[in-house]
Design a protein around this ligand. Structure first.
Ligand code: FDP
Length: 298
């Protein structure tokens, strides 16, 4: 089944329009990766150097989203202020997740949260979320409150389309892999102790350094992705609106659990667009255990 048909049958009209626009722009972004990976002398609002492909992907998705006429605002990790438009939906996006991996050709991604309220707001206002992975194939993993579904880009002749790859994906409860960001020496003690128990549980480490690339394998194999609170970085690194809340939403729809160590990530009410929080997500039993350990440590 093609993405368009799935959307026609399963998604509210405005979410279908936004998803189709993102799908089209994601192909354009992927095609431009080899041509636009040189460094620009520019800095994004979080103080990171912007590369040409970051700017290109930001502009491509902003144009595609505002072109739908159902989007009210687009906030992006790459822009200090949201772009205003005339529709009803608020979109928060990380247009190119893991862009420090461009040169090494590790997987990259794009993340989108589709919110009913003005930004910033909590993940409880998400109507849907999706992420794109640019790995050995381009995939879109999405949820509109009724399960998690995945599509893969397929080229037939000159035409590129997204075909259904998996319906109603569920995260395995038995954990198999783990990927934890930051520096082990800086993780808080309960996280270090918990991670030390993983090998004895038969889990293996797998980490590529791109959030959605690392989370994506956890969704398939079971386990945990985390970017913990660290000494000197108590709020972690990942942004709630653009990154962790949309993926936490998908994770929950797949039967998993996502926490900042004390509460469900979807309950965080960010006060700023770029607010970060510690993030732990994956198989529900493992994540509830982690939350108990971290929260009882104070
Ligand atoms: P990047 O800086 O390359 O864009 O949020 C950004 C992110 O990548 C995530 O995709 C990734 O999980 C994390 O940062 C990696 O950070 P570390 O290099 O500190 O592990």
């Amino acid at each position: 089944m093609k993405l368009e048909e799935f959307l026609r049958l399963n998604a509210p009209e405005e979410l279908a329009q936004v998803t189709a626009a993102i799908a089209g722009a994601s192909i354009m972004v992927w095609e431009n990766i080899p041509f636009k990976s040189g460094l620009l002398f520019d800095i994004n609002p979080s103080g990171e150097r912007q590369k040409a492909i970051d700017v290109f992907s930001n502009d491509a998705f902003v144009d595609a989203l505002t072109g739908t006429e159902v989007v009210r605002e687009v906030a992006s990790e790459e822009m200090a202020e949201p772009v205003e438009a005339k529709g009803e939906l608020s979109v928060a996006m990380d247009p190119l997740d893991g862009s420090s991996n461009v040169e090494t050709n590790n997987p990259l991604g794009s993340i989108f949260g589709l919110y009913s309220k003005r930004l910033p707001c909590s993940g409880r206002s998400l109507l849907g979320a999706l992420y794109v992975t640019y790995g050995n194939a381009i995939t879109i993993t999405l949820s509109f409150a009724k399960g998690v579904h995945r599509f893969v880009a397929v080229k037939k002749g000159a035409e590129m389309s997204f075909e259904l790859l998996g319906l109603d994906l569920k995260i395995p409860e038995k954990p198999e892999v783990y990927g934890i960001g930051g520096s082990r020496k800086d993780w808080v003690q309960p996280v270090r102790d918990f991670v030390d128990s993983f090998e004895a549980r038969g889990m293996r480490t797998r980490y590529c350094g791109t959030f959605v690339g690392d989370y994506n394998q956890v969704l398939s194999r079971g386990g945990i992705f985390a970017y913990p609170e660290q000494t000197g970085m108590p709020q972690g690194k990942l942004r709630v609106l653009f990154e962790t809340a949309p993926v936490a939403y998908i994770n929950e729809q797949a039967g998993g659990y996502a926490t900042d160590g004390r509460r469900n990530i979807l309950d965080i009410q960010p006060r700023r667009l770029a607010e970060t929080s510690p993030a732990y997500m994956g198989s529900a039993p493992l994540l509830h255990e982690l939350e108990r350990l971290v929260s009882s440590a104070g």
